[in-house]
Design a protein around this ligand. Structure first.
Ligand code: SF4
Length: 310
């Protein structure tokens, strides 16, 4: 792939299988300057759309990759900044669709979706994965550091309109940073935005490596579980650190049940519904937690509620 300037990979991706990255802007052009950005500080901090990269060049590289027998599960428009800043993104995705059956994913910070032009461009994708990291304006400014004029309300409004208009699925990614957006109050505020936006899935992530020159740290597994509970059944944790430490230990489901019960007293139905779990599965975890005396049962108005024991 060394000969390509605008393509990278295919890289293995948990969410997308083998994903060929298609880069629509030069390093690092973005309307955000996120405190956790793995690409380092934003050098071109702008909300202005332009032909930052010529799409004819991008598409001719794609054609040569396809001619060479390239295969992937997704073409992912993303890369060295915010792809929606390229004013020809919609045309690039539409032309890529004529060239191959490989489905197209758009990875975006979602900031420009409140504007009709970028939103129309996004409609050319098969799958949109935008971000939402804050529930309040103050935390939005702190974590994402947007260019002037982009507010959280605008981002949420754009996401809501995109989900309503889009023919495919929108998976919303929430990146958690310790001490910044992991309080119950902030997570609950994010959950209210999620309700309004109504994406097909919510994917919770956290910082795995420290950002170059930054001081963002990953949240604990407990905070990931708490976020999962607060965001509801459509949410999953996708952090690779979580994979290693929790999922492989096969303790994830029980931790989620415990986190939900710690958050608020819950009936069996609340647990099953809140975690998108079959009631038989939920009762298995509840029984185990009762036997360990980690939780206790209490009758209230003829219903059994489970509470944290301590
Ligand atoms: S939106 Fe993405 S590319 Fe832009 S600063 Fe944030 S993490 Fe980096």
């Amino acid at each position: 792939m060394a000969e390509y300037r605008h393509l990278y990979g295919p890289v293995p991706s948990r969410r997308l299988g083998r994903s060929l990255g298609v880069d629509m802007v030069p390093m690092k052009t973005c309307c955000f300057d996120c405190m956790y950005c793995q690409l380092g500080p934003t050098s071109v901090h702008t909300g202005e759309r332009a032909e930052y990269v010529k799409i004819d060049e991008v598409l001719s590289e794609l054609q040569s990759w396809l001619d060479g027998g390239g295969t992937a599960d997704y073409l992912t428009f993303a890369g060295s900044g915010e792809p929606m800043l390229n004013i020809n993104l919609g045309e690039a995705m539409a032309r890529a669709r004529q060239m191959t059956d490989i489905p197209i994913c758009l990875l975006t910070n979602g900031a420009l979706l409140y504007r009709p032009g970028p939103r129309d461009a996004a409609m050319q994708a098969d799958l949109i994965i935008p971000s939402l990291d804050a529930g309040t304006e103050e935390v939005f400014q702190q974590i994402n550091r947007p260019v002037h004029g982009i507010t959280l309300e605008r981002v949420v409004e754009g996401l809501e309109e995109t989900v309503a208009a889009f023919h495919g699925e929108v998976w919303l990614e929430v990146m958690l940073v310790e001490g910044v957006n992991d309080s119950d109050a902030e997570l609950e505020a994010i959950a209210r935005h999620i309700e309004r936006i109504d994406p097909a899935r919510v994917q919770i992530n956290t910082v795995v490596r420290p950002a170059p020159g930054g001081n963002a740290s990953r949240v604990s597994n407990g905070a990931l579980v708490r976020a999962r509970v607060i965001f509801g059944p459509r949410a999953t944790v996708i952090s690779s650190a979580w994979d290693r430490e929790v999922a492989e230990a096969a303790a994830g489901d029980e931790q989620e049940v415990l986190a939900l019960i710690t958050h608020r007293p819950a009936t069996l139905q609340d647990v099953a519904h809140g975690l998108g779990m079959h009631p038989n599965e939920a009762i298995k975890h509840i029984t185990h937690l009762l036997s360990e005396e980690t939780i206790r049962a209490e009758e209230r108005n003829g219903e059994t509620f489970y509470l944290r024991a301590d």
